[in-house]
Write a protein that binds this ligand. Sequence first.
Ligand code: AMP
Ligand code: ZN
Length: 112
Amino acid sequence: MEDCIFCGLASGRIECAKVYEDDKAIAFRDINPQAPVHILIVPKKHLVKLHDAKDPLLLGGLMEIASKLAVGEGIAETGYRVVINTGRDAGQSVEHLHVHLLGGRNMKWPPG
Ligand code: AMP
Ligand code: ZN
């Protein structure tokens, strides 16, 4: 989608701090990090909500990328959080499905 920022990042049209890429997904550092490690894992296909992605292989692939990045970033032992904000009540601000990988600090529960 032309006016979607994450489509722009996924296609390389817009620059980002990329940490991973394959044919279906890209991962890059969040521009406004909420933890020492804050990476977004984004499918290249323009999907808006989690329930728009009716593809278990794609969704499982995003989780696998998150877990491998957690190991690579050195936060696997200390712990990390994987978050998908979907829709208004969850605070989704970019209308292109993405998975947050957060770690490197202690986190509270429940989230705000
Ligand atoms: P959400 O609120 O779950 O929709 O998360 C959107 C995230 O995208 C926020 O954490 C933003 O800081 C991040 N973000 C927005 N634009 C960019 C960008 N150009 N590069 C990296 N991260 C971005
Ligand atoms: Zn998009």
